[in-house]
Every structure is written in structure tokens, then in C-alpha cells.
Design a binder for this molecule. Structure first.
Ligand code: MG
Length: 444
């Protein structure tokens, strides 16, 4: 009698803890801040190791032509979560500061708001940076659970202590409550990791979307004592090694819960690394954060989804963070956004990466001041203006690069291809004026 009873009990426990076979996949997006294109082992990192990220790439797909549609934090995050060019949302100019009085319009549908009706539990851990009034914060934009900070880790009283504004110490929040003022930033990565593991454990029996947005490696850099001094690349390498450890912890939590096979894990960065000494690397790309050179916009992107994404694959297809909203909602069986967005379903680049045929064939590069500076069409990139990243104060020459043979944007071909320059600049003007005409408003 005892054995059948135990079996029945085990069966009952099992049915209550295992999601039904047809339930949608869990989705985790791990998003770092200012991590350069070359700052992952699988992308050629020097001076530090990222074994967990490299394993993610070995078990999934690594993208080589994946772009954020912005080179700074706020517009990049707006695009990731809504699938739109930041200009469509009126969030294309600079970033939100502690004194700013605007945010992501709650009328916009975030990925969390799109997934919730399909049965997803939603959590966000880390840096928000889409407006810090309560009605613009994560809990009001589709996330049931939030643990993190409202904006960048440098927006703290120790840096912003002079007029025209005085920033408060960085607020650490649990949902709508500030639970600490000016937390010790050495432990942010660790604390976010613990919160992420808790979330996975709490929701392992139901579909979930977890957005983990690390503050690191945005400056000022901090690593816990377990990682400080651990790499040959100084504090920057230490910080990335701690982020890599964090990725390993989240993956282990999925394995421990028996759900790693049914969880899509994506890893990417919000923009390129700042160019300078003792900081990240965008090699072999030109420029970095805040510039419309490739180093500002092109970021590492790795995705793992066992049985669906071929292990150890590389996708060279042109793709944007905006494309994740239509792609992921499609996989989740969630409805599309009700308003127009700019993302395109790029499922084929994940599920059949060897084709390298992308449904996306063009991208716009808006500068930090909100002006349109460049366009990519196929393998060609045209720069019409430059607000930062060009040496000195020289007037900026119209520049055309063939990225298929010159990913470092070193050989200006504009004089050779005047017709291409004309058609691409016309296309830029057309797309920008369309976005301007269709622009929705930020919240104020
Ligand atoms: Mg950033």
C-alpha cells in the first residue's frame, strides 16, 4: 500500500510543480550597462574570462550584427522594452537625469505588459532609467516585482553635488519603496543575482519573464571583494567576471528548478563601451558609447533555448534590440502591440542562424542629442553628421563605409559611390521625417 501511495503523492506533487508541456517558455533578458562588443570571451575579450557567457554561446547562438538603436542608456532601454525607435516614444534625446521631469509614457506597452496576458509572471531587477516618478516606474509599466535603482549608478550625490541640481544618494528600491539610500555599490551585482535566483525559485511552476538589468559595468565601477583584483584587466575585468559569475548563478538556478530546457536566456548590453583607458573594448569596431560609430551601437548578443536554437551557432544577420519584442511575444503566444512599432520578427536568425538572411535590411543611428546621424542599408553605412566621436573640431565629411569588408569604418568610399550616397541620404531623410510625424509623446 505504501509504495502506490508514495507514487500517487509524488505524482500529485509533480503535477503541481511542473508547468504543462504546452505552456509558453520562460524568458530571461540579462542586460548590462556599457559593456563593449569585445567584452565577452566569445567575442574576443582580453585580460578576463567569461566562462558562463561563453558556455551560453556554445549552447546557443551568438550574434555579430546585433544593434541597439541608441548609444546611451535611456533610449536604448526604451527600445528594448517597447520594440520602437526611441524617437517614436520621444525618448531619443540624451538620458533621464535625477532632475528630469519626463519618462516612458505609461500608454506605451512594454514587453512585460505584452507577456502578462499570455500568463507570464513578470519581474525586473536592476537599473530602470525610464523615468523615476512612481507612475513611470517598473511596477506601473507591467512588472509585478521590482528590485533595483531608478537610474544610472553615477547619478548619486557624491558626483552630482553642485548646482544646477543636487542629486540624492542613489535610491535602492523594492517595488515602490526606497529600502536603502546610497547602497554600497560593491554588492549591487551580487544582490541583483540573489534577487534573480529568488525570483526563478518562486516562479518555477509558471511562465515568467525576468528582466535583469545590471548597473555594471557603467562607471563608477564596483566589484565585491570576491572579484576585486581577480582579472588581469583591472577593475573593469573584475566587474565583468562578477557579471559572468552572476550569469552562472542564474543558469544554475534554472537547472536546479528543472526548467533550463524551457527557458529562453538572452544576454546583451545597452550600448558600447566608453572609449578610454582601463575600460571596455569595442574592438574591432570604431568609436564607443554615445557615438554613432559601430562601437556605440553594435553590442554582443547571445541567446540560449535548448532544442529550438541550434547550439554553437553564429548569426551574422542584421538585427536590432527593437526586434526582440515581436520575436519574443511571437514565441510566447502573446498578442502584438496595439500601436505601431519598429521591431521586426527575426525568429529565423535564432532558430536557423546559418541562413543569415535577415528580414531587417536597414537601421537608423540617432546621436545622443537626438539628431539622425547615420543609416545602415544592407552592408553599407552612411554618416551624414557627427556630434561626438570625430577627432577634433574638423568639419565632418559625409562618409560611406562597406561594413562587409571594413567593419572598423576606416575607408571612406563616398566619393566612389555618389549615387549610393544620394539614395541613402534620401532614405534617411524620409525615415526620419516619418518617425517625426508619427512620434508619440513621452510622459511629463
Ligand atoms: Mg549604458
Amino acid at each position: 500500500m505504501r509504495r502506490p501511495l508514495l507514487f500517487l503523492l509524488a505524482l500529485l506533487i509533480c503535477t503541481s510543480c511542473t508547468p504543462p508541456a504546452d505552456s509558453p517558455p520562460n524568458i530571461i533578458i540579462i542586460f548590462t550597462d556599457d559593456q563593449g562588443y569585445a567584452d565577452v570571451g566569445a567575442y574576443g575579450a582580453q585580460g578576463f574570462e567569461t566562462p558562463h557567457l561563453d558556455r551560453l554561446a556554445q549552447e546557443g547562438v551568438r550574434f555579430t550584427n546585433f544593434y541597439m538603436p541608441a548609444a546611451v542608456c535611456t533610449p536604448s532601454r526604451a527600445a528594448l522594452l517597447t520594440g520602437s525607435y526611441p524617437k517614436r516614444l520621444e525618448l531619443h534625446e540624451a538620458v533621464i537625469f535625477p532632475f528630469s521631469e519626463h519618462g516612458l509614457n505609461p500608454a506605451e506597452e512594454t514587453l512585460a505588459e505584452l507577456l502578462a496576458p499570455a500568463g507570464y509572471r513578470t519581474g525586473m531587477i536592476g537599473k530602470w532609467h525610464l523615468g523615476h516618478r512612481p507612475e513611470w516606474m517598473p511596477n506601473a509599466q507591467g512588472f509585478e516585482h521590482f528590485f533595483g535603482v531608478p537610474y544610472s549608478n553615477d547619478m548619486d550625490s557624491y558626483l552630482y553635488k553642485n548646482p544646477p541640481f543636487q542629486s540624492p544618494p542613489l535610491p535602492l528600491m523594492l517595488n515602490m519603496d526606497e529600502i536603502e539610500s546610497g547602497p554600497d555599490q560593491r554588492y549591487l551585482t551580487r544582490r541583483y543575482t540573489e534577487a534573480a535566483v529568488d525570483f526563478v525559485e518562486q516562479h518555477s511552476n509558471e511562465p515568467f519573464f525576468l528582466y535583469i538589468a545590471h548597473n555594471m559595468p557603467h562607471v563608477p565601477l564596483y566589484a565585491s571583494e570576491d572579484f576585486a583584483g581577480s582579472s588581469a584587466r583591472g577593475l573593469y575585468g573584475d566587474v565583468i567576471q562578477e557579471i559572468d559569475w552572476s550569469v552562472g548563478k542564474v543558469m544554475q538556478a534554472l537547472v536546479d528548478q528543472g526548467i533550463d530546457e524551457r527557458t529562453i536566456v538572452l544576454f546583451t548590453s545597452d550600448n558600447g563601451a566608453t572609449v578610454g583607458e582601463n575600460i571596455g573594448s569595442n574592438a574591432p569596431l570604431r568609436g564607443g558609447k554615445a557615438s554613432t560609430w559601430e562601437g556605440g551601437f553594435r553590442v554582443p548578443m547571445i541567446a540560449r533555448w535548448p532544442d529550438r536554437i541550434p547550439a554553437g551557432s553564429v548569426s551574422d544577420g542584421l538585427s536590432s534590440a527593437m526586434d526582440l519584442v515581436p520575436t519574443l511575444t511571437g514565441w510566447a503566444g502573446a498578442g502584438p502591440p496595439s500601436e505601431e512599432i519598429d521591431g521586426i520578427d527575426i525568429s529565423q536568425l535564432f532558430l536557423d542562424p546559418s541562413t543569415n538572411v535577415s528580414p531587417r535590411d536597414e537601421l537608423l543611428y540617432y546621436g545622443r542629442n537626438g539628431g539622425l546621424e547615420a543609416i545602415r542599408v544592407g552592408d553599407w553605412k552612411l554618416h551624414m553628421a557627427k556630434t561626438r566621436g570625430w577627432p577634433g573640431d574638423e568639419p565632418f565629411p559625409v562618409s560611406l563605409y562597406d561594413l562587409s569588408s571594413d567593419v572598423g569604418e576606416s575607408l571612406n568610399r563616398a566619393a566612389e559611390f555618389p549615387n549610393r550616397v544620394a539614395s541613402m541620404s534620401e532614405r534617411m531623410r524620409f525615415l526620419d521625417s516619418s518617425l517625426t510625424a508619427e512620434m508619440r509623446s513621452a510622459a511629463r
